[in-house]
Design a protein around this ligand. Structure first.
Ligand code: 3PG
Ligand code: MG
Length: 399
């Protein structure tokens, strides 16, 4: 890729320079306590931040968290993230109470060489996500004033045409951070010439979210294993009744068409765990995929399916996995996701875990992260990369 990266910047020297870093610190927070439940994305940006700190830069970090609507909203504050980032860096992180206002200006002005500031949530400002170029541009001007150079290390947000991702790099000299570089290197192996068999596992709730990636992958993969909530729309397309399981009726025809065109590459569950209700303590049984009782809903793939998927994965030389196989947050419906994750760790294939829920599942289930080839920090971003789409954040770094 013809993009300048952090090493080029470090070679130039950054001591005493203000470096604006866009990170994706959009971490899940516990609804009750507000505590960070998975700090994977914070840890992922440490290599870039530590290198800048050591080189004596004044580091100004910005990020979004959640989807606030263009105005301050305390439940989406980045303050807890500043605390955790400081612990992980081993140095205090100066937190600005706003993104581009008085607090941000004085916090940035007060930074000594090698110190780090975190600005408040970018999405507390309308300009960040605006569709209007002028409104985004005006916000980007304010942000860009905080840096002499811009580093994009927010892989999870490179698919967003947002001010901090797309417009700021048009205003400042720009480089890709270590995380963005690594993510693109890994994903380009999958779109290039992956070692075969290349097996993809897709889960998650909606077919409509995954349709574009399924279309893009079908010609390239050797096997496409489908689980999670979206498998029920495929099972329906095969003519099975799915009870009260998640179903996208308007997608049934599309799924039927995909199955017809897939040349047998698509593998669907042969059994599912069907429950009385969407609840951790709901009564449940394993039933054949063509025998889901009318009053029950499927919340996980069954053991026979795990065995079949495991057999397919054991042959693979390259694996991409995105999306849980069931409601892994509830212990009764976590076996499918755990089984697939374990099967992936046992192969000697080069494996990539798509970000978001599947990365969180790996950590929540206590699996060894190092037994995967790469765990992406981008959910939507990694899927759009595999679809072959132009990602605004990457395009901005290229120009
Ligand atoms: C993510 O979690 O998918 C990224 O942080 C991007 O967030 P978004 O989907 O709200 O733009
Ligand atoms: Mg998202």
């Amino acid at each position: 890729m013809s993009i300048r990266n952090l090493d080029d910047l470090l070679d130039e020297g950054v001591s005493g320079r203000r470096v604006l870093v866009r990170a994706d610190l959009n971490v899940p927070l516990d609804k009750q306590s507000g505590e960070i439940t998975d700090d994977g994305r914070i840890r992922a940006v440490l290599p870039t931040l530590s290198a800048l700190v050591q080189a004596g830069a004044k580091v100004v970090v910005c990020s979004h968290l959640g989807r606030p609507k263009g105005a301050p909203d305390p439940q989406f504050s980045l303050r807890p993230v500043a605390g955790r980032l400081g612990e992980l860096l081993g140095a205090p992180v100066h937190f600005a109470e706003d993104t581009v206002g008085d607090s941000a200006r004085s916090t940035v002005a007060g930074l000594a060489d090698g110190q780090v500031a975190l600005l408040e949530n970018l999405r507390f400002n309308k300009g960040e996500t605006s569709k209007d170029d002028a409104e985004r541009g005006a916000f980007a001007d304010q942000l860009a004033a905080f840096g002499e150079v811009y580093v994009d290390d927010a892989f999870g947000a490179v698919h967003r045409k947002h001010a901090s991702v797309y417009d700021v790099p048009a205003r400042l000299p720009h480089v890709a951070g270590r995380l963005v570089l690594r993510e693109v290197e890994v994903l380009s192996k999958l779109t290039g010439d992956p070692e075969r068999p290349y097996v993809v596992v897709l889960g998650g709730s909606k077919v409509s979210d995954k349709l574009a990636v399924i279309e893009a992958l079908l010609p390239t993969v050797d096997r496409l294993l489908i689980g999670g909530g979206m498998c029920f729309t495929f099972l329906k397309a095969q003519g099975h009744e799915v009870g009260t399981s998640l179903l996208e009726k308007e997608m049934v025809e599309t799924c039927r068409n995909l199955l017809e065109r897939s040349g047998g590459k698509i593998m669907l569950p042969v059994d599912v765990v069907a429950a009385d209700a969407f609840a951790p303590d709901a009564a449940h049984d394993t039933v054949p995929a063509d025998g889901i009782p009318s009053h029950r809903l499927g919340l996980d793939i069954g053991p026979e399916t795990v065995a079949g998927f495991t057999a397919a994965l054991s042959q693979a030389k390259t694996i991409f996995w995105n999306g849980p196989m069931g409601v892994f947050e509830m212990a009764a419906f976590a076996n499918g996701t755990r089984g697939i994750a374990e099967a992936i760790t046992k192969t000697d294939a080069f494996s990539v875990v798509g970000g978001g829920d599947s990365a969180a599942a790996v950590r929540a289930l206590g699996l060894d992260e190092s037994s995967f080839g790469h765990i992406s920090t981008g959910g939507g971003a990694s899927l759009e990369y595999l679809e072959g789409k132009t990602l605004p954040g990457i395009a901005a770094l290229e120009s």
